[in-house]
Design a protein around this ligand. Structure first.
Ligand SMILES: Nc1ncnc2c1ncn2[C@@H]1O[C@H](COP(=O)(O)OP(=O)(O)O)[C@@H](O)[C@H]1O
Ligand SMILES: [Mg+2]
Length: 632
């Protein structure tokens, strides 16, 4: 009995640890939170959908599997060869045999290294291809979503989906899956090899397996929770950043820096805490596995030493120095993959969670799509008609109520009315940024829902209230990737709308850099650039939502002048605030609370002496004052 005391001591120590951790786990609050990732999709469903992306690369994955099997040979053969070399010490020494073993060892090592190298290359290339396709598909899908759908998801979240989450999936293909397969093979292979070499020592090592299983199981629960917190923290910070960096100027103007700082700090702290937690979990798990490893090595030396000294025989097998060396190496080959398996299983879970998040976005069916029988309209006259249109952004809250009007081809129609009366909404319905709930919108007498969206939008030139310039150059912002445009075309369009001065005054001309959102240009300049963009694309119908932002008098005159010229290009629907602009329209439509209240030419509406008349008099007085005249 005394003989087994050291083994009992080691066993007792391991058991005590196991007990402590079991108690720690059982006393863990929120066990529910640690159980899973709140997944609603089934694993099989996620895997099936991921396989769609992996399938084109089946061959690559088969090659990798083959390479994995080859590289494993080293893990299994090397301890055996080392043991053989050790055993030679006892035997009459033969240099030739030693050379043979060394050569075989080196050969296997080389082959294994080469196959690991190849495997990494094939996997990385494949992984990048899958990643790039996934990212692209996701981006294309996001582009196809309607404005209403896009408004539902914060931009930061979308960014996380396209970057971090696709990255996690690519990790899964390049790293996790292969290692899972490889490590499982190694564990099984090493186990088989150990059994062949010595039963007694294998049984001793198997005694540690229940503890490994227990620790791994507890570790998985804790680390899953940590993983999820880190993930949520990341998304949270991305969302916060993308919103607040965009709105930074407002934050500064309203002196909200400190409040926002506090908000950020809180999110930052949360993420840091989650990271700490993750590090802690790993920090406890790894030493635990190491402890098991050391314990089994101690037991090996004790049992093995005893076996060598006493020449004990177990099931017909004898232990000698070579067996001890072989097992010493086997033990580490056995424990390493188990530890990686546990850690990678979590990464797999987390990648699956990422996949689910991505697929949730893919599952958002674009609301505004081409009807199966949608037609192409190569050219249009530009006649627009609203027929009893009802529209609501949110169900039940009608923003447009029974709106009907007709615009003849080539006419200019101006919408006027108080803020929130629905002017911008009318303009955005034309291009099917949203679909109407009741009634219909006709282009040349055809319901726009029967026209292919791309075809429909190609006939419109939209100049929106907040002009969006992309980072790039003046040229790229005016061309917007249109083919076959010369600089002369661009300049001609710019000249037509008085934007040529902006280009000429810029040191680099058309190559002048435009920074993100066009922040290095004034609101008026941005508006003129957007006019040039529209005119260059020669749409049959132009939509203009005039900027209300303060524009200097000089630019205002330029805008006014270019507007008058644009009225002659084609149909023009616009929201205009300046009375001088409105006057020139063929028809003015007065809006109030989503209804048309007055409609007619400037003269007709003045004669009516209604809402338009009052609005006009109000502005007229102001204009007189501005001109230094006394009010009448
Ligand atoms: N994306 C949106 N989601 C929900 N409600 C909106 C949205 N855009 C505008 N609205 C609401 O619709 C109404 C009309 O807005 P809008 O057409 O922009 O008015 P206008 O351009 O005449 O100032 C407003 O009450 C506004 O709050
Ligand atoms: Mg508006």
């Amino acid at each position: 009995m005394r003989e087994y005391l050291p083994l009992l001591i080691v066993g007792g120590a391991v058991g005590a640890f196991a007990l402590i951790f079991l108690i720690a786990y059982l006393s863990m609050k929120d066990k529910k939170e640690a159980i899973g990732f709140d997944r609603s999709m089934k694993d099989t469903e996620i895997i099936r959908r991921l396989m769609v992306y992996a399938r084109p690369y089946r061959k690559n994955f088969l090659i990798v599997l083959l390479l994995v099997l080859i590289s494993i040979a080293y893990d299994i053969a090397s301890p055996v060869i080392m043991g053989r070399i050790e055993s030679m010490v006892k035997e009459p020494f033969e240099l030739g045999r030693l050379w043979l073993f060394v050569a075989v060892y080196a050969g296997i090592l080389l082959i294994s290294l080469a196959s690991t190298f190849l495997q990494a290359i094939v996997l990385q290339v494949t992984g990048q291809k899958i990643l790039s396709r996934l990212r692209e598909d996701l981006f294309v899908h996001i582009e196809s979503l309607s404005h209403a759908q896009l408004n539902q998801i914060p931009v930061g979240k979308l960014v996380t989906r396209v970057t971090n989450d696709t990255g996690a999936i690519s990790m899964m293909f390049t790293n996790i899956l292969v290692n899972l397969v490889k490590n499982s093979f190694i564990v099984l292979g090493v186990l088989g090899a150990m059994l062949l070499v010595n039963f007694e020592l294998t049984l001793m090592i198997l005694c540690f397996v229940p503890f490994i299983v227990l620790f791994t199981w507890i570790f998985r629960k804790f680390s899953r929770r940590a993983y999820r917190r880190v993930k949520d923290g990341n998304t949270d910070i991305n969302t916060f950043l993308s919103e607040n960096l965009t709105g930074m100027k407002i934050i500064q103007i309203f002196n909200r820096e400190e409040a926002k700082q506090a908000e950020f700090e809180e999110k930052n702290k949360k993420l840091t805490a989650a990271k700490y937690q993750q590090i802690m979990v790993f920090g406890i798990f790894r030493p635990l596995v190491y402890m098991l490893y050391i314990s089994s090595v101690l037991c090996l030396f004790y049992l093995g030493g005893r076996g060598v000294l006493q020449e004990t025989v177990f099931l017909g097998q004898v232990i000698d120095g070579g067996v001890i060396v072989t097992f010493y190496m086997f033990i580490s080959k056995f424990f390493n993959p188990i530890q990686s398996l546990a850690e990678q299983f979590n990464m797999l879970q987390s990648a699956m969670a990422s996949a689910e998040k991505i697929f949730t976005i893919f599952d958002m069916v674009p609301e505004i799509v081409d009807a199966p029988d949608a037609i192409d309209l190569p050219s249009v006259r530009g006649e627009i008609e609203f027929k009893h249109v009802w529209f609501a952004y949110k169900e039940g809250e009608w923003v447009l109520k029974d709106v009907s009007f007709k615009v003849e081809a080539g006419q200019t129609v101006a919408f006027a009315g108080a803020t929130g009366s629905g002017k911008t909404t009318i303009l955005s319905l034309l291009c099917r940024n949203y679909d109407v709930q009741k009634g219909e919108i006709l282009l040349d007498g055809i319901d726009i829902r029967h026209i292919r969206i791309a075809s429909l939008r190609s006939h419109f030139g939209q100049m929106l209230q907040d002009v969006f310039l992309f980072s790039g150059t003046l040229r790229s912002n005016i061309e917007l990737r249109m083919d076959g445009v010369t600089d002369e075309d661009v300049m001609k369009a710019a000249r037509f709308v008085n934007a040529d001065k902006i280009i000429e005054r810029s040191p680099d001309g058309l190559d002048e850099e435009v920074r993100e959102r066009g922040s290095n240009f004034s609101a008026g300049q941005r508006q003129l650039i957007s006019f040039a963009r529209t005119v260059l694309h020669r749409p049959e119908i132009m939509i203009l939502d005039e900027a209300t932002a303060n524009i200097d008098t000089e630019t205002e005159v330029l805008i006014q002048d270019s507007l008058e010229r644009m009225m002659n290009i084609g149909t023009l629907l616009m929201v205009a605030h300046r009375l001088s602009t409105i006057q020139h329209a063929d028809k003015i439509i007065m809006m109030s609370h989503g209804r048309i209240i007055e409609e007619g030419s400037h003269a007709e509406l003045l004669a009516l002496q209604g809402r338009y008349y009052r609005l006009f008099m109000l502005q007229y007085d102001k204009a007189q004052l501005k001109a230094g005249l006394q009010p009448v």
